[in-house]
Design a binder for this molecule. Structure first.
Ligand code: F6R
Length: 609
């Protein structure tokens, strides 16, 4: 959601804070702000509505020179994205930046107002500043004031505090939202993630749930939730985690779409033994596939659609009953879970609040837990019994692309592993499927070469007000994902449907203005999907068919456009068919002139419910 940063430095920090916030802008970009101590003691803020660029302009006009400071990029939750609501929030005695939500802020605000504290914003965050101020005003130290405040807060947060008059102290705290501490040469840092700290250091400690930390130029003192001093391991973060360069691409999303052959290949290399054509999982499993009664897959958004594709694989290849739900529903449904159940969480960021809450629910219910995650230092990764990493590298474009196909690659590998262990797939089946997975990077490379044609079709799509996506079987979730991608980056309304559902309602929408994207490789369901396509054609709908050579030849309906993909084994086709729908959405958004990498109202990491 929001991104936070804190620096206790040896040179003016305003520029460094902004540099770091640029790397966090993927988390939110409704407003940004920094606060420093000028002349070592005078708390001074610069804040600006909108993107970070506006803050840079403000700082160029009114520079700051303090050697210590905190910064924030905001994804608005409580209060409009105005300058008054921008962080840091401050009183005369403290400034604070916050990622997360303070759930009991109304009650605290009433109490503090009654005690005479005066508020200047609509945010939940300001109660934190006011509560710390309340304690400081009574002569308590910054550490004691923060410790007392933390005990009053309910909700999820990562916080960083700056205190006028204390030019060698920033205090950070974490509950529910991530916070990393970084060690430099005579300088110390706090940041929402390792990417934020990348320009300064690769030596990092991740705070645990409930921890708070005092950083000074000499180092860090970490406390747990009981205020006891604790040690947290310092890890050296790999250089790969810092690759956030757009290269020659116009957008991160374009770069990430084009990286897919490479990152999917890289991911599969950790799950397949291609010389033996066998699955070789990167970890020893803490559960036995053969003994599982049920698999529960839980995730949000695009990661949920990856899970939905995987449901088809686990059910067909491993005859393992799968229940799947979006995390925001799952966590409150309180579903009964069998004794021998595995709960699998799919998440790029590993910080999605609802997915994390579902993981904690499943642990409490005695399930085995495993996570398919891209950020292996994330909370979901750390709290799961088993981690299956996707090796997509940092995904910066807010719309997920390469993380999705890497998730699918890992999930397919796991489903084959389950199928073998449960005696459903033979050794020959395993060989065939592993070879099919091994061919994915090459197939993806060929599909990317179709971009000029897809770009042309995207121009037509960009003129539409509504678009329908249809698919069947494991391509039904790809239809859902196609609609989500188009909606989120081009703002064109789109719906994904199981092709067989068309006549149960959505067919009423079809007219000559409505493009209908049909995802239909020539597989055993092709004929059925073609009948649905005929229903669309009969009502004048504009069809864009994504299929293969055989499908293109067999489709005997008037088709506006056909995107012809190479032949490939039907079982894994959905992974490759994700690419044309990503490119369609991307180019439609480029034609619409939207902010592709940072679409309105969205954030890359959703650490609030
Ligand atoms: C869509 C998108 C989101 C995420 C969802 C879950 O392009 O990126 O729908 O998939 O917010 O995020 P993670 O995977 O980080 O849990």
């Amino acid at each position: 959601m929001c991104g936070i940063i804190g620096i206790v430095g040896r040179e003016p920090v305003a520029g460094l804070l902004v540099e770091s916030l640029k790397r966090l802008e993927y988390r939110g970009y409704d407003s940004a702000g920094v606060a420093t101590l000028e002349a070592g003691s005078v708390l001074t803020r610069r804040r600006a509505e909108g993107k970070l660029r506006n803050l840079e302009i403000r700082l160029a006009k009114e520079p700051l020179t303090g050697l210590i400071g905190i910064g924030h990029t905001r994804w608005a939750t409580h209060g409009a994205p105005t300058e008054a609501n921008a962080h840091p929030h401050a009183t005369a005695r403290v400034a604070v930046v916050h990622n997360g939500i303070i759930e009991n802020f109304r009650e605290l605000r009433d109490e503090l107002e009654a005690a005479g504290q005066r508020f200047s914003s609509e945010t939940d965050t300001e109660v934190v500043a006011q509560l710390v101020d309340f304690h400081l005003a009574r002569g308590e130290s910054p550490a004691a004031s923060v410790a007392a405040t933390l005990k009053r807060l309910t909700g999820a947060f990562a916080l960083a505090f700056l205190f006028p008059g204390h030019d060698d102290l920033v205090i950070g705290a974490r509950r529910g939202s991530p916070l990393a501490v970084g060690w430099g040469e005579g300088e110390m840092y706090l940041g929402s993630d390792a990417i934020a700290l990348a320009p300064f250091t690769d030596r990092i400690a991740y705070l645990e749930e409930g921890d708070w930390v005092e950083i000074t130029r000499a180092g860090a003192t970490i406390h747990d939730e009981t205020d006891a001093v604790v040690e947290r391991p310092i890890v050296v973060v790999s250089a790969a985690a810092f690759q956030v360069d757009r290269g020659s691409y116009r957008h991160f999303m374009a770069k990430e779409i084009h990286e897919q052959p490479e990152v999917v290949g890289h991911t599969l290399a950790h799950y397949l033994d291609l010389s033996e054509s066998r699955i070789r999982l990167p970890i020893a499993l803490p559960f036995d596939w053969a003994k599982l009664e049920r698999l529960s897959i839980v995730a949000c958004g695009t990661a949920y659609y990856a899970g939905l594709v995987a449901k088809y694989w686990f059910e067909q290849w491993a005859r393992l009953p799968v229940e799947i739900d979006v995390a925001s529903e799952f966590r409150y449904r309180e579903p009964p879970l069998p004794k021998n159940g595995l709960a699998l969480f799919v998440s790029q960021s590993g910080e999605t609040a609802d997915t994390l809450a579902s993981l904690r629910y499943c642990k409490a219910e005695g399930q085995h837990t495993a996570a398919v995650v891209n950020v292996t230092t994330s909370t979901i990764a750390r709290e799961s019994e088993a981690i299956f990493p996707t090796l997509a590298g940092p995904e910066i474009g807010v719309a997920s692309t390469k993380a999705f196909t890497c998730q699918l690659s890992v999930l397919a590998s796991l489903a084959v592993s389950a199928g073998r262990a449960r005696g459903v797939l033979s050794a020959e089946d395993e060989r065939r499927l592993v070879r099919a997975l091994g061919d994915l990077p090459g197939l993806m490379g060929r599909v990317l070469r179709l971009e000029p044609k897809i770009e042309k079709i995207a121009r037509e799509i960009s003129k539409a007000e509504d678009v329908l996506y249809l698919g069947r079987g494991s391509n039904y979730p790809i239809a859902l994902e196609g609609a989500l991608k188009l909606k989120e980056i081009s703002y064109i309304h789109a719906e994904g449907y199981a092709a067989g559902e068309l006549k149960h309602g959505p067919i009423a929408l079809i007219d000559e203005t409505m493009p209908v994207v049909v995802i239909a490789p020539h597989d055993k369901l092709f004929e059925k999907t073609i009948s649905n396509m005929q229903e669309v054609a009969a009502r004048g709908g504009k069809i864009i068919l994504i299929t293969d050579e055989k499908g293109a030849t067999a489709a005997s309906v008037p088709i506006l456009e056909t995107i012809v993909l190479p032949d490939m084994p039907a079982e894994v086709a959905s992974i490759v068919y994700a690419l044309p729908i990503q490119m369609l959405a991307y180019h439609a958004a480029v034609f619409m002139g939207t902010d592709v990498d940072q679409p309105r109202n969205l954030a890359k990491s959703v650490t609030v419910e």
